[in-house]
Design a protein around this ligand. Structure first.
Ligand code: IMP
Ligand code: MG
Length: 179
């Protein structure tokens, strides 16, 4: 892995290494396997940011489960939440399902709040959220995140699914904007 990378006009430095991410995911998967041992959860992957986290997490799930996807977009190409959230292709029926939403990062929480309000209309049996990152100092809504990979400061990060202007998603490690 590289210690420093450049994406377009911005430089980023290594922040959370692949090994640490993978070890944390093993712990989260164990927790989910235990919490859902008598249930059949439906994992709802929030595209595109949660792709890598979802793939790594799902490989470690031992309970019978289903997988759905939804796309949510709030950032545009900026480095701050736009304040409006666009949801796409929510055609599935979630009635009576035990949902686990897989998200990349909870920043202001606005995206997750919008998503939860929308999905609740389908009357699922339960909804929990798994996010590889949360930014407790940036949160502006009261959403409960049950499965958290890492709590980080109010920093802009890329890699492991997270992008800067659509670049950097493929990186196996997480990088932070250089100041
Ligand atoms: P929120 O609605 O403010 O919680 O923002 C959530 C969405 O913004 C996430 O799903 C990400 O797509 C994006 N986002 C938030 N923080 C970052 C970051 O540090 N890097 C890249 N994308 C981010
Ligand atoms: Mg996202």
């Amino acid at each position: 892995m590289k210690n420093q990378i450049k994406l377009l006009d911005k430089e980023f430095v290594l922040f959370i290494e692949e090994d640490r991410i993978q070890n944390r995911i093993i712990q989260i998967a164990d927790q989910i396997n235990n919490d859902y041992k008598d249930k059949i959860p439906t994992f709802l992957i929030v595209l595109k940011g949660a792709l890598l986290f979802a793939a790594d997490l799902l490989k470690r799930i031992k309970v019978r489960c289903k997988v759905e996807v939804i796309s949510a977009k709030s950032y545009g190409n900026e480095m701050e939440s736009s304040g409006t959230v666009k949801l796409k292709h929510l055609e599935s029926n979630f009635k009576n399902k035990d949902l686990i939403i897989i998200e990349d990062v909870i920043d202001t929480g606005l995206t997750m709040k919008t998503l939860l309000d929308d999905i609740n209309k389908y009357e699922p049996n339960s909804i929990e959220v798994a996010a590889i990152l949360t930014k407790p100092n940036a949160i502006k809504t009261n959403v409960k995140i049950k499965y958290v990979g890492f709590e980080i400061d109010n920093l802009f990060v890329v890699g492991y699914g997270l992008d800067y202007a659509e670049f950097g998603r493929e990186l196996p490690d997480i990088y932070v904007l250089k100041v």
